[in-house]
Ligand binder design. Structure first.
Ligand code: MCU
Length: 403
């Protein structure tokens, strides 16, 4: 090829990179580096700029941007999320409801089994909708939806720092695998959905799956919704720091006098993040993402998170600021109603307050039960322990309307 032709070709690829999705071939020129050296930004990173600073203009651009965000989150804090192993086998026992999965990797193999509880009556065409509850979950699930209690803490143990590399996932991939416990849990959710897709007799509609969990398991449920696009509805409950809150905002909240959990603390408490993340927790401005972008990875799919303002440790201001920043992506995609948030007090940590049930049921109705209801539900009670939220201090982008 003549040099001038090569230059023209590469120019064309760069110029059109944002639109260069070829059916079946994936993205041409959507580089997804794990880190961006020399990145520095004390505000929340702009969702609508690619890694190289070019603007995100279309819905199809967003798919590339989303892939970039996923790679960065793995690179800085989550470790590597492996794909489907070449060799997996699964069985379903219709009498007991037990779904059993055996996965192989090299000379290793693991088996994990979960029980599905079915509603009574006749299943809808396409099968039952399903809620996957991390360690069971702690929200009320309406009738007409099957439930699966996911033993995520067996997939990757989460007692304290001694849990690093412990659990079924690490028996398969080795104790030194970079995946954090939360990443290992995502892997397990994806294998459950693979198995449900392959086993029609389980009678689950894999297009109507929700995932939920509370607190540490709420952080995990959010990760599953972010990284597994087959999940239709993601419901993190009181996930706090490391969940639907932003690292930068939690630090601001702490520096304003509130006793909140920060990145610096969380990496010393448990194995929810990769060992690599400890290298960044004291210089958050080098992170080219924050958790508003983890939340935004769920878009345009359904996402509703619930927080509890009675506990400063959960970093309530950080949650409100972070979901507000993520909401701009739902707005840009033209589906703001697909993203809900409620933040109230008056109940114990992970206890479900009955006055939020109407909100929750609306999301179930819309995303799992095919009902045409409003999910316009995005609010806070604004109790932030005397710390002030000023959006303009953190969100310095204009929300585009993606074509
Ligand atoms: C809110 O989630 C965690 C929190 O991050 C931890 O600091 C605390 O120890 O445990 C919370 C939790 O999982 O409570 C059940």
């Amino acid at each position: 090829m003549k040099l001038s032709t090569a230059v023209q070709l590469s120019f064309a690829l760069v110029a059109h990179r944002a639109n260069a999705q070829l059916p079946g071939l994936g993205w041409l020129g959507c580089p997804t580096p794990a880190t961006i050296p020399k990145y520095n930004n004390s505000k929340l990173p702009d969702p609508f700029l690619f890694d190289d600073g070019l603007p995100v203009l279309t819905k199809s651009d967003w798919e590339c941007r989303r892939a970039q965000i996923g790679a960065l989150i793995q690179g800085y804090e989550a470790g590597v999320l492996p794909g489907k192993p070449a060799h997996v086998s699964s069985t379903f026992n219709a009498t007991s409801g037990v779904l059993s999965i055996t996965a192989f990797n090299g000379g290793n193999n693991i088996t994990f089994a979960q029980t599905i509880k079915y509603p009574t009556g006749k299943a809808p065409a396409g099968g039952w909708p399903l809620v996957i509850g991390y360690d069971g979950g702690s929200i009320p699930v309406p009738s007409g939806i099957a439930t699966l209690s996911y033993a995520n803490s067996a997939m990757a143990v989460q007692n304290d720092l001694t849990s690093r590399g412990v659990g079924l996932f690490y028996e398969l991939y080795g104790a030194n695998h970079t995946a954090s416990s939360m990443t290992a849990w995502v892997w397990g959710v994806s294998r459950i959905i693979d198995a449900l897709e392959e086993l029609p007799k389980a009678n689950i509609n894999t297009k109507k799956i929700a995932v939920t969990g509370c607190s540490r398991d709420g952080k995990g449920a959010l990760m599953a919704g972010a990284f597994e696009p087959r999940i239709a509805l993601t419901i993190p409950q009181e996930s706090g720091s490391g969940g639907d809150t932003c690292w930068r905002l939690s630090l601001y909240e702490q520096s304003s006098g509130s006793v909140v959990q920060t990145a610096t603390e969380i990496v010393q408490e448990n194995v929810w993040f990769s060992t690599n993340f400890a290298n960044y927790v004291n210089e958050l401005e080098v992170l080219p993402y924050d958790h508003h972008l983890l939340l935004a990875m769920v878009a345009p799919r359904g996402l509703v998170s619930y927080e509890n303002t009675d506990f400063a440790w959960l970093s309530p201001l950080s949650a409100w600021g972070c979901v507000s920043a993520a909401h701009t992506v739902y707005e840009a995609l033209g589906v703001p109603q697909n993203h809900g948030f409620e933040q109230i007090g008056g109940h114990e940590h992970c206890a479900w307050p009955a006055n939020l049930t109407a909100s929750l049921n609306a999301f179930f109705d819309k995303f799992l039960l095919d009902e045409n209801v409003s999910t316009d539900d995005f609010s806070t009670n604004d109790v932030f322990y005397n710390v002030t939220w000023n959006a303009a201090d953190w969100i310095n982008w204009k929300t585009p309307r993606l074509l």
